[in-house]
Design a protein around this ligand. Structure first.
Ligand SMILES: CC(C)(COP(=O)(O)OP(=O)(O)OC[C@H]1O[C@@H](n2cnc3c(N)ncnc32)[C@H](O)[C@@H]1OP(=O)(O)O)[C@@H](O)C(=O)NCCC(=O)NCCS
Length: 172
């Protein structure tokens, strides 16, 4: 994939429709095995009323169109999605770096265990596995991994997973 110009800005209300489309497209392509628990209308409501209203949203674009977005809520990176066609060209790396600037004290993120690409992405950018679950805590009932992306040090009381920071498939 060719390197591209990536501009970053804060998300605004008028991003709701294109970000919803991007989110659904990216999710479907990256995780075809994931059950779809919300339809397009519900997802648009959530994007408008929850994500863009209550979270710190960073949008990546190239001057022509949206490439991806990140959304932080407190100490959690709740969303990180790059459009399918734009993946592998540094957009996710740019969004993660911007999230670290917005939360210099660090943050956590959750990745479905089967989402190997996102786990490799997180691990290659210095995030450390801290927890694995059997999926009972998420709507999709899909095992997931929690990573801590702490620029300086892990928060007090939080320790790296003993397995050298690598999440194992189906091992929740
Ligand atoms: C996971 C995701 C955000 C990564 O974004 P991206 O723009 O494709 O990633 P980048 O091009 O910025 O890659 C940054 C680094 O991550 C690593 N990486 C990315 N994809 C990888 C892969 N398939 N295998 C191994 N390492 C990978 C590499 O180290 C890469 O650096 P390099 O290009 O210098 O080698 C993106 O693929 C995505 O949106 N996936 C679908 C949604 C999703 O899974 N979200 C959860 C994210 S936690």
């Amino acid at each position: 994939m060719v390197a591209r110009e990536i501009a970053l800005r804060a998300g605004v209300a008028s991003d709701a429709v294109p970000l919803t489309d991007l989110y659904l497209r990216s999710r479907r392509t990256a995780m075809p095995w994931l059950p779809s628990v919300h339809d397009q209308a519900e997802t648009l409501w959530w994007m408008r009323q929850i994500v863009l209203t209550g979270q710190d949203v960073i949008v990546a674009e190239d001057g022509h169109r949206l490439l991806g977005f990140a959304a932080l809520d407190g100490q959690w990176l709740e969303q990180l999605y790059v459009d399918s066609e734009a993946q592998g060209s540094g957009v996710g790396r740019a969004l993660l770096a911007a999230a670290k600037e917005v939360r210099p004290g660090g943050f956590s993120l959750r990745v479905f265990t089967r989402n190997t690409r996102a786990r490799l992405f997180s691990e290659s950018l210095g995030c450390v596995l801290t927890e694995q679950s059997d999926g009972s805590r998420n709507e999709e009932n899909e095992p997931d991994c929690t990573y801590s992306c702490a620029p300086v040090a892990l928060p007090p009381g939080m320790r790296p997973h003993p397995d050298s920071g690598r999440c194992r498939d189906g091992d929740a």
